[in-house]
Design a protein around this ligand. Structure first.
Ligand code: MN
Length: 426
Protein backbone atom coordinates (compact mmCIF):
# COMPACT_ATOMS: atom_id res chain seq x y z
CA UNK A 1 0.00 0.00 0.00
CA UNK A 2 1.29 3.43 -0.90
CA UNK A 3 0.93 6.61 1.03
CA UNK A 4 2.16 10.17 0.84
CA UNK A 5 5.36 10.31 2.88
CA UNK A 6 5.81 14.08 2.70
CA UNK A 7 4.62 17.05 0.73
CA UNK A 8 5.51 20.67 0.12
CA UNK A 9 3.60 23.47 -1.55
CA UNK A 10 4.33 27.05 -2.41
CA UNK A 11 2.97 29.82 -4.57
CA UNK A 12 4.59 33.04 -5.68
CA UNK A 13 3.23 36.10 -7.48
CA UNK A 14 6.29 36.20 -9.71
CA UNK A 15 7.99 39.41 -10.79
CA UNK A 16 5.57 40.96 -13.25
CA UNK A 17 2.02 40.40 -12.03
CA UNK A 18 0.47 42.51 -9.31
CA UNK A 19 -1.69 39.76 -7.86
CA UNK A 20 -1.50 36.02 -7.49
CA UNK A 21 -4.45 34.41 -9.26
CA UNK A 22 -3.25 30.85 -8.63
CA UNK A 23 -4.81 28.76 -5.88
CA UNK A 24 -3.79 25.47 -4.38
CA UNK A 25 -5.28 22.99 -1.97
CA UNK A 26 -3.42 20.26 -0.14
CA UNK A 27 -5.53 17.74 1.70
CA UNK A 28 -3.26 14.73 1.48
CA UNK A 29 -3.78 12.37 -0.32
CA UNK A 30 -5.55 14.96 -2.49
CA UNK A 31 -3.63 17.78 -4.17
CA UNK A 32 -5.10 20.52 -6.35
CA UNK A 33 -3.65 23.44 -8.33
CA UNK A 34 -5.73 26.05 -10.19
CA UNK A 35 -4.61 29.02 -12.29
CA UNK A 36 -7.31 31.65 -12.62
CA UNK A 37 -7.86 34.25 -15.30
CA UNK A 38 -10.18 37.20 -15.73
CA UNK A 39 -10.29 40.93 -15.12
CA UNK A 40 -10.12 42.63 -11.71
CA UNK A 41 -10.01 39.93 -9.05
CA UNK A 42 -12.08 37.48 -11.09
CA UNK A 43 -9.15 35.12 -11.73
CA UNK A 44 -8.52 34.81 -8.02
CA UNK A 45 -12.20 34.10 -7.41
CA UNK A 46 -12.34 31.44 -10.14
CA UNK A 47 -9.25 29.55 -8.98
CA UNK A 48 -10.31 29.75 -5.34
CA UNK A 49 -13.79 28.44 -6.03
CA UNK A 50 -12.22 25.64 -8.06
CA UNK A 51 -9.95 24.39 -5.28
CA UNK A 52 -12.58 24.94 -2.57
CA UNK A 53 -14.82 22.48 -4.37
CA UNK A 54 -12.25 19.87 -3.24
CA UNK A 55 -11.95 21.06 0.36
CA UNK A 56 -14.07 18.20 1.68
CA UNK A 57 -11.76 15.64 0.10
CA UNK A 58 -12.97 12.87 -2.13
CA UNK A 59 -14.69 10.97 0.64
CA UNK A 60 -14.43 7.20 0.68
CA UNK A 61 -14.63 6.92 -3.06
CA UNK A 62 -14.23 3.57 -4.73
CA UNK A 63 -13.55 5.24 -8.03
CA UNK A 64 -11.25 8.23 -7.51
CA UNK A 65 -11.13 8.97 -11.22
CA UNK A 66 -14.87 9.41 -11.46
CA UNK A 67 -15.00 11.28 -8.16
CA UNK A 68 -12.31 13.70 -9.36
CA UNK A 69 -14.22 14.22 -12.58
CA UNK A 70 -17.44 14.91 -10.67
CA UNK A 71 -15.69 17.47 -8.46
CA UNK A 72 -14.18 19.25 -11.46
CA UNK A 73 -17.58 19.36 -13.17
CA UNK A 74 -19.16 20.78 -10.02
CA UNK A 75 -16.41 23.42 -9.82
CA UNK A 76 -17.05 24.34 -13.45
CA UNK A 77 -20.78 24.75 -12.84
CA UNK A 78 -20.22 26.95 -9.77
CA UNK A 79 -17.73 29.21 -11.55
CA UNK A 80 -20.00 29.45 -14.59
CA UNK A 81 -22.94 30.46 -12.37
CA UNK A 82 -20.86 33.05 -10.54
CA UNK A 83 -19.63 34.52 -13.81
CA UNK A 84 -23.25 35.13 -14.87
CA UNK A 85 -24.37 36.41 -11.46
CA UNK A 86 -21.87 39.25 -11.21
CA UNK A 87 -20.72 41.55 -14.00
CA UNK A 88 -17.26 41.84 -12.41
CA UNK A 89 -16.88 38.10 -12.72
CA UNK A 90 -18.06 37.85 -16.31
CA UNK A 91 -15.79 35.70 -18.42
CA UNK A 92 -13.68 34.45 -15.53
CA UNK A 93 -12.12 31.04 -15.77
CA UNK A 94 -9.48 28.79 -14.32
CA UNK A 95 -7.42 25.73 -15.05
CA UNK A 96 -7.49 22.85 -12.63
CA UNK A 97 -5.23 19.90 -12.00
CA UNK A 98 -6.21 17.51 -9.21
CA UNK A 99 -4.27 14.43 -8.15
CA UNK A 100 -5.44 11.75 -5.74
CA UNK A 101 -3.22 9.02 -4.29
CA UNK A 102 -4.98 5.71 -3.81
CA UNK A 103 -3.56 2.54 -2.33
CA UNK A 104 -1.77 1.54 -5.54
CA UNK A 105 -2.64 4.14 -8.13
CA UNK A 106 -2.42 7.84 -8.64
CA UNK A 107 -5.44 9.42 -10.36
CA UNK A 108 -5.25 12.71 -12.22
CA UNK A 109 -8.01 15.00 -13.50
CA UNK A 110 -7.30 18.20 -15.32
CA UNK A 111 -8.56 20.98 -17.54
CA UNK A 112 -6.19 23.59 -18.99
CA UNK A 113 -2.42 23.83 -18.86
CA UNK A 114 -1.50 23.35 -15.20
CA UNK A 115 0.57 20.19 -15.31
CA UNK A 116 1.23 17.08 -13.27
CA UNK A 117 4.57 15.28 -13.49
CA UNK A 118 6.08 12.20 -11.93
CA UNK A 119 9.80 11.94 -11.24
CA UNK A 120 10.79 8.29 -11.34
CA UNK A 121 14.22 6.72 -11.77
CA UNK A 122 15.67 10.09 -12.64
CA UNK A 123 13.16 10.80 -15.38
CA UNK A 124 10.38 13.35 -15.43
CA UNK A 125 7.15 11.91 -16.84
CA UNK A 126 4.43 14.31 -17.83
CA UNK A 127 1.02 13.01 -16.76
CA UNK A 128 -1.16 15.67 -18.40
CA UNK A 129 -1.72 17.02 -21.92
CA UNK A 130 -1.98 20.80 -22.01
CA UNK A 131 -5.31 22.03 -23.31
CA UNK A 132 -3.52 24.85 -25.05
CA UNK A 133 -3.19 26.38 -28.47
CA UNK A 134 0.43 25.30 -28.90
CA UNK A 135 -0.37 21.74 -27.85
CA UNK A 136 -3.11 21.64 -30.51
CA UNK A 137 -0.54 22.85 -33.03
CA UNK A 138 1.92 20.16 -31.90
CA UNK A 139 -0.75 17.49 -32.26
CA UNK A 140 -1.49 18.78 -35.77
CA UNK A 141 2.22 18.59 -36.58
CA UNK A 142 2.45 22.36 -37.15
CA UNK A 143 4.84 22.97 -34.29
CA UNK A 144 7.62 20.96 -32.65
CA UNK A 145 7.71 20.68 -28.84
CA UNK A 146 10.91 22.73 -28.89
CA UNK A 147 9.26 25.51 -30.90
CA UNK A 148 6.30 25.39 -28.53
CA UNK A 149 8.54 26.13 -25.51
CA UNK A 150 9.40 29.50 -27.08
CA UNK A 151 6.02 30.25 -28.67
CA UNK A 152 4.66 33.71 -27.70
CA UNK A 153 1.11 32.37 -27.43
CA UNK A 154 2.03 29.41 -25.27
CA UNK A 155 -0.20 30.60 -22.42
CA UNK A 156 -3.42 30.56 -24.46
CA UNK A 157 -5.58 27.69 -23.27
CA UNK A 158 -8.31 26.01 -25.24
CA UNK A 159 -10.22 24.55 -22.30
CA UNK A 160 -10.99 26.07 -18.90
CA UNK A 161 -13.45 25.90 -16.03
CA UNK A 162 -16.04 28.65 -16.14
CA UNK A 163 -16.71 29.81 -19.70
CA UNK A 164 -19.23 27.05 -20.51
CA UNK A 165 -21.94 25.40 -18.45
CA UNK A 166 -20.24 22.02 -18.93
CA UNK A 167 -16.64 21.06 -19.52
CA UNK A 168 -14.79 18.01 -20.78
CA UNK A 169 -12.46 16.71 -18.07
CA UNK A 170 -9.42 14.56 -18.82
CA UNK A 171 -8.89 11.86 -16.21
CA UNK A 172 -6.36 9.05 -15.95
CA UNK A 173 -4.97 6.68 -13.37
CA UNK A 174 -1.36 5.62 -13.22
CA UNK A 175 0.38 2.81 -11.44
CA UNK A 176 2.35 4.47 -8.66
CA UNK A 177 5.57 3.34 -7.03
CA UNK A 178 7.30 4.06 -3.74
CA UNK A 179 9.79 6.96 -4.04
CA UNK A 180 7.82 8.51 -6.89
CA UNK A 181 7.90 12.29 -6.58
CA UNK A 182 4.91 14.12 -8.05
CA UNK A 183 4.93 17.74 -9.13
CA UNK A 184 1.79 19.81 -9.79
CA UNK A 185 2.38 23.28 -11.13
CA UNK A 186 0.84 26.25 -12.87
CA UNK A 187 2.18 27.43 -16.23
CA UNK A 188 4.11 30.19 -14.48
CA UNK A 189 6.66 27.46 -13.79
CA UNK A 190 6.59 25.54 -17.06
CA UNK A 191 6.59 28.52 -19.44
CA UNK A 192 9.67 29.88 -17.65
CA UNK A 193 11.63 26.68 -16.98
CA UNK A 194 12.16 23.85 -19.47
CA UNK A 195 11.57 20.23 -18.54
CA UNK A 196 15.29 19.37 -18.58
CA UNK A 197 15.89 22.04 -15.94
CA UNK A 198 12.85 20.94 -13.91
CA UNK A 199 14.29 17.43 -13.87
CA UNK A 200 17.73 18.62 -12.85
CA UNK A 201 16.37 20.76 -10.02
CA UNK A 202 14.32 17.86 -8.65
CA UNK A 203 17.32 15.51 -8.85
CA UNK A 204 19.66 18.03 -7.24
CA UNK A 205 17.30 18.69 -4.33
CA UNK A 206 16.17 15.52 -2.56
CA UNK A 207 14.41 17.58 0.13
CA UNK A 208 11.04 18.67 -1.23
CA UNK A 209 11.25 22.09 0.39
CA UNK A 210 14.62 22.75 -1.27
CA UNK A 211 13.31 21.50 -4.60
CA UNK A 212 10.13 23.59 -4.40
CA UNK A 213 11.95 26.76 -3.48
CA UNK A 214 14.53 26.14 -6.21
CA UNK A 215 11.78 25.63 -8.81
CA UNK A 216 10.07 28.89 -7.89
CA UNK A 217 13.46 30.60 -7.80
CA UNK A 218 14.31 29.33 -11.27
CA UNK A 219 11.03 30.65 -12.70
CA UNK A 220 11.71 34.05 -11.18
CA UNK A 221 15.33 34.01 -12.37
CA UNK A 222 13.98 33.42 -15.88
CA UNK A 223 11.75 36.50 -15.62
CA UNK A 224 8.86 35.43 -13.38
CA UNK A 225 6.30 36.62 -15.93
CA UNK A 226 3.39 34.81 -14.31
CA UNK A 227 2.26 33.50 -10.94
CA UNK A 228 4.15 30.33 -9.98
CA UNK A 229 2.58 27.52 -8.00
CA UNK A 230 4.35 24.31 -7.04
CA UNK A 231 3.02 21.29 -5.16
CA UNK A 232 5.38 18.38 -4.51
CA UNK A 233 4.81 15.07 -2.79
CA UNK A 234 6.69 11.82 -2.38
CA UNK A 235 5.21 8.35 -1.99
CA UNK A 236 6.37 5.56 0.25
CA UNK A 237 5.34 1.95 0.75
CA UNK A 238 3.75 1.13 4.08
CA UNK A 239 3.29 -2.27 5.59
CA UNK A 240 1.72 -3.25 8.83
CA UNK A 241 -1.53 -3.58 10.66
CA UNK A 242 -3.32 -0.60 9.15
CA UNK A 243 -3.77 -2.62 6.01
CA UNK A 244 -5.81 -5.75 5.66
CA UNK A 245 -3.67 -8.37 3.85
CA UNK A 246 -6.76 -10.01 2.35
CA UNK A 247 -7.66 -6.78 0.58
CA UNK A 248 -4.08 -6.45 -0.60
CA UNK A 249 -4.21 -9.71 -2.49
CA UNK A 250 -7.50 -8.86 -4.13
CA UNK A 251 -6.19 -5.52 -5.28
CA UNK A 252 -2.93 -6.84 -6.67
CA UNK A 253 -4.60 -9.54 -8.74
CA UNK A 254 -7.27 -7.28 -10.10
CA UNK A 255 -4.80 -4.54 -10.90
CA UNK A 256 -2.72 -6.88 -13.03
CA UNK A 257 -5.84 -7.80 -14.96
CA UNK A 258 -6.88 -4.22 -15.45
CA UNK A 259 -3.42 -3.24 -16.66
CA UNK A 260 -3.53 -5.91 -19.29
CA UNK A 261 -6.98 -4.93 -20.41
CA UNK A 262 -5.99 -1.31 -20.81
CA UNK A 263 -3.33 -1.81 -23.42
CA UNK A 264 -5.13 -0.19 -26.30
CA UNK A 265 -5.11 3.04 -24.36
CA UNK A 266 -1.35 2.83 -23.93
CA UNK A 267 -0.89 2.38 -27.65
CA UNK A 268 -2.73 5.64 -28.28
CA UNK A 269 -0.17 7.93 -29.93
CA UNK A 270 -1.68 10.94 -28.19
CA UNK A 271 -0.89 9.41 -24.83
CA UNK A 272 1.28 11.85 -22.87
CA UNK A 273 3.90 9.25 -22.07
CA UNK A 274 4.18 8.46 -25.79
CA UNK A 275 3.83 11.82 -27.40
CA UNK A 276 6.38 13.58 -25.27
CA UNK A 277 9.29 11.25 -25.84
CA UNK A 278 8.88 9.50 -22.53
CA UNK A 279 8.47 5.99 -23.93
CA UNK A 280 11.50 4.91 -21.93
CA UNK A 281 9.28 4.47 -18.91
CA UNK A 282 8.05 1.27 -20.50
CA UNK A 283 11.48 -0.32 -20.10
CA UNK A 284 11.06 -0.33 -16.37
CA UNK A 285 13.00 -2.64 -14.11
CA UNK A 286 10.24 -5.15 -13.75
CA UNK A 287 11.57 -8.58 -12.89
CA UNK A 288 8.44 -10.56 -13.66
CA UNK A 289 8.28 -9.90 -17.37
CA UNK A 290 4.98 -8.11 -17.03
CA UNK A 291 5.97 -4.54 -17.80
CA UNK A 292 2.41 -3.38 -17.57
CA UNK A 293 2.24 -3.89 -13.84
CA UNK A 294 5.20 -1.67 -13.11
CA UNK A 295 5.11 1.05 -15.73
CA UNK A 296 3.30 4.31 -15.02
CA UNK A 297 1.09 3.91 -18.03
CA UNK A 298 -2.61 4.61 -17.93
CA UNK A 299 -3.94 1.70 -15.96
CA UNK A 300 -7.53 2.69 -16.39
CA UNK A 301 -8.68 4.52 -19.49
CA UNK A 302 -11.62 6.83 -18.96
CA UNK A 303 -14.42 5.31 -20.96
CA UNK A 304 -13.60 1.59 -21.13
CA UNK A 305 -13.25 1.63 -17.38
CA UNK A 306 -16.76 0.35 -16.74
CA UNK A 307 -16.12 -2.77 -18.76
CA UNK A 308 -13.05 -3.78 -16.78
CA UNK A 309 -14.25 -2.65 -13.43
CA UNK A 310 -12.26 -3.88 -10.45
CA UNK A 311 -14.23 -5.92 -7.94
CA UNK A 312 -14.12 -3.79 -4.81
CA UNK A 313 -13.05 -5.37 -1.54
CA UNK A 314 -16.03 -6.76 0.35
CA UNK A 315 -18.01 -4.20 2.28
CA UNK A 316 -17.45 -5.77 5.70
CA UNK A 317 -13.68 -5.84 5.11
CA UNK A 318 -13.74 -2.17 4.27
CA UNK A 319 -15.85 -1.32 7.30
CA UNK A 320 -13.53 -3.34 9.55
CA UNK A 321 -10.52 -1.60 8.12
CA UNK A 322 -12.09 1.80 8.54
CA UNK A 323 -13.00 1.10 12.16
CA UNK A 324 -9.44 -0.06 12.84
CA UNK A 325 -7.99 3.08 11.27
CA UNK A 326 -10.42 5.27 13.17
CA UNK A 327 -9.53 3.58 16.46
CA UNK A 328 -5.80 3.99 15.82
CA UNK A 329 -6.31 7.65 14.96
CA UNK A 330 -8.42 8.28 18.09
CA UNK A 331 -5.88 6.60 20.39
CA UNK A 332 -3.11 8.66 18.79
CA UNK A 333 -5.07 11.88 19.24
CA UNK A 334 -5.86 11.17 22.89
CA UNK A 335 -2.19 10.41 23.66
CA UNK A 336 -1.06 13.56 21.85
CA UNK A 337 -3.69 15.62 23.67
CA UNK A 338 -2.59 14.31 27.10
CA UNK A 339 1.06 14.99 26.28
CA UNK A 340 0.29 18.51 25.13
CA UNK A 341 -1.91 19.21 28.17
CA UNK A 342 0.81 17.89 30.52
CA UNK A 343 3.48 19.99 28.84
CA UNK A 344 1.24 23.04 28.94
CA UNK A 345 0.48 22.65 32.67
CA UNK A 346 4.16 22.07 33.44
CA UNK A 347 5.08 25.23 31.58
CA UNK A 348 2.39 27.24 33.37
CA UNK A 349 3.69 26.35 36.83
CA UNK A 350 7.31 27.50 36.47
CA UNK A 351 8.61 31.04 36.24
CA UNK A 352 11.90 32.77 35.66
CA UNK A 353 13.20 36.30 35.71
CA UNK A 354 14.79 37.84 32.65
CA UNK A 355 14.72 40.97 30.59
CA UNK A 356 12.26 41.83 27.85
CA UNK A 357 13.17 43.30 24.46
CA UNK A 358 13.38 46.81 25.95
CA UNK A 359 15.80 45.63 28.62
CA UNK A 360 13.28 45.81 31.49
CA UNK A 361 13.43 43.16 34.19
CA UNK A 362 10.40 40.92 33.69
CA UNK A 363 8.79 37.79 35.04
CA UNK A 364 8.15 35.03 32.51
CA UNK A 365 6.11 31.90 32.88
CA UNK A 366 7.50 28.78 31.20
CA UNK A 367 11.07 27.83 30.47
CA UNK A 368 13.69 30.04 28.80
CA UNK A 369 13.89 28.11 25.55
CA UNK A 370 12.70 28.44 21.98
CA UNK A 371 11.82 25.49 19.78
CA UNK A 372 13.18 25.36 16.22
CA UNK A 373 10.87 27.48 14.12
CA UNK A 374 10.70 30.24 16.75
CA UNK A 375 8.04 28.70 19.02
CA UNK A 376 8.72 30.20 22.43
CA UNK A 377 8.20 28.08 25.52
CA UNK A 378 7.69 31.15 27.71
CA UNK A 379 5.53 34.22 27.89
CA UNK A 380 5.88 37.45 29.82
CA UNK A 381 3.56 37.74 32.84
CA UNK A 382 4.93 40.92 34.44
CA UNK A 383 7.16 43.74 33.24
CA UNK A 384 8.83 45.78 35.97
CA UNK A 385 9.85 49.40 35.71
CA UNK A 386 13.48 48.51 36.38
CA UNK A 387 15.95 48.51 33.54
CA UNK A 388 18.53 45.73 33.74
CA UNK A 389 21.21 48.27 32.88
CA UNK A 390 20.75 49.94 36.28
CA UNK A 391 21.74 46.74 38.10
CA UNK A 392 25.24 45.86 39.16
CA UNK A 393 26.93 43.02 37.30
CA UNK A 394 26.67 40.77 40.37
CA UNK A 395 22.96 41.51 40.80
CA UNK A 396 22.32 40.89 37.11
CA UNK A 397 24.06 37.57 37.35
CA UNK A 398 22.08 36.27 40.32
CA UNK A 399 18.73 37.75 39.36
CA UNK A 400 18.70 37.18 35.62
CA UNK A 401 20.26 33.71 35.60
CA UNK A 402 17.04 32.21 34.22
CA UNK A 403 16.79 29.78 37.11
CA UNK A 404 13.30 28.37 37.46
CA UNK A 405 11.30 29.75 40.38
CA UNK A 406 7.81 29.57 41.79
CA UNK A 407 5.45 32.36 40.81
CA UNK A 408 5.50 33.84 44.32
CA UNK A 409 9.28 33.74 44.52
CA UNK A 410 9.74 35.46 41.17
CA UNK A 411 7.11 38.11 41.89
CA UNK A 412 8.57 38.84 45.33
CA UNK A 413 12.11 39.26 43.97
CA UNK A 414 10.97 41.69 41.28
CA UNK A 415 8.80 43.60 43.78
CA UNK A 416 11.75 44.02 46.14
CA UNK A 417 13.82 45.19 43.19
CA UNK A 418 11.21 47.80 42.29
CA UNK A 419 11.01 49.01 45.88
CA UNK A 420 14.78 49.31 46.07
CA UNK A 421 14.88 46.71 48.86
CA UNK A 422 17.40 44.50 47.15
CA UNK A 423 20.88 45.60 47.99
CA UNK A 424 23.05 46.06 44.94
CA UNK A 425 25.46 43.37 46.04
CA UNK A 426 23.25 40.37 46.00
MN1 MN B 1 -0.65 31.18 -15.23
Amino acid sequence: MLRVAEHWCGTDTGLQRRANEDSLLVRSPLFVVADGMGGAQAGEVASRVAVETFSGGLGDSEDPQRSLEAHVSRANARINELSHANIEHAGMGTTITAVYVGEQEVSVAHVGDSRAYCLRDGELLRLTDDHSLVDELIRQGKLTPEEAEEHPQRSIITRALGPEATVEVDTRSFRARPDDVYLLCSDGLTTMVGEATLTQILLDNPRLRDAGEALIGAANDAGGKDNITVVLFRLEEVHGSVFDPVDSEVTMTDMATVSGAAHEDVADPSHPLRGSGLETVETSRSGNGNQAVDAPQAVVPRRPRRAVRVTPPSKSARVRRRIRRLRATLVGLVVLGLLAAGAYLALQSVYFIGTNQRGLVSVFSGVPYELPGGLKLYSSTYVSGVSASTLTAARRQTLLDHSLRSEGDAAELVRQLELGQLTSGG
